[in-house]
Design a protein around this ligand. Structure first.
Ligand code: FPP
Length: 237
């Protein structure tokens, strides 16, 4: 596939862990554990094929409504992920960023994140953005409030300015808008994910449950992106 058609930024809504577990009569946390393994493989493949930015929706501001056992299970997996994968992440020169209010996470998860951010700060390969305690409406409101507090209430907003104050903005190196958003498990909605940033994104939906989503399927979707015609509101020449 032509190098120029590779999406720079792929974002993924990793959905279906619960249903995967249910089908096997396992607790939901077992589904998230399988989902974490899937995520590790996709990070590896994305970095190997030269994706510049991979963003995953790991925990939304709405996910706090789940049972505390499940919530704690997901944060436990995050700690496990950092402990077991950080060395390989560094070896691959991958830089980790977090989108969302991770200060509100339990202590252990917060210190794991801080370590992952610190240890990968100077890496120059793929940027792996983990959306954690992330919600897009909250992100847009936070950006607007920060702009007003820094520039005064009569500030004139511009698109460029708002973009800079989002989690994907200056604080995380001005991440380009996602070219491609993938959602697994057959659901076709955005669930408060990257609402501002997805203005011109392409979408790909697959029925595969996230724990069954393979690097091969990921690569196929990425390759099919290369054949799409994107016009950004303009006309075909
Ligand atoms: C959605 O499936 C998945 C989540 C809410 C959690 C995603 C977490 C991981 C992939 C593993 C942990 C990794 C990190 C970095 C914390 P769902 O539970 O909504 O599935 P369902 O719709 O089938 O119930």
């Amino acid at each position: 596939m032509g190098e120029n058609k590779l999406p720079r930024h792929v974002a993924i809504i990793m959905d279906g862990n619960g249903r995967w577990a249910k089908k096997r009569l396992l607790p939901r946390v077992a589904g998230h554990n399988a989902g974490m393994k899937s995520m590790q493989e996709i990070v590896r493949r994305a970095s190997d094929i030269g994706i510049e930015h991979l963003t995953v929706y790991a925990f939304s501001t709405e996910n706090w409504k789940r049972a505390s056992e499940e919530v704690n299970g997901i944060f436990g997996l995050l700690v496990k992920y950092v402990a077991s994968e950080l060395a390989e992440i560094c070896e691959k020169n991958v830089k980790i960023s977090v989108l969302g209010d991770y200060e509100a996470l339990p202590d252990e998860a917060r210190s794991s994140i801080k370590k992952a951010l610190d240890d990968t700060r100077d890496n120059t390969g793929m940027q792996f953005n983990i959306a954690l305690n992330y919600g897009s409406r909250a992100e847009i409101l936070r950006a607007a409030n920060r702009i007003v507090s820094e520039h005064g209430a009569d500030v004139e907003f511009t698109e460029e300015m708002l973009s800079r104050y989002l989690y994907t903005g200056e604080e995380n190196g001005n991440i380009p808008d996602p070219d491609l958003i993938i959602r697994t498990s057959g659901e076709e909605r955005l669930s408060n994910f990257l609402l501002w940033q997805c203005a011109y994104s392409e979408f790909a939906f697959t029925d595969t449950l996230w724990p069954d989503f393979s690097p091969g399927e990921f690569q196929k979707i990425v390759e099919s992106f290369g054949t799409r015609e994107r016009r950004f509101g303009g006309r075909l020449k």
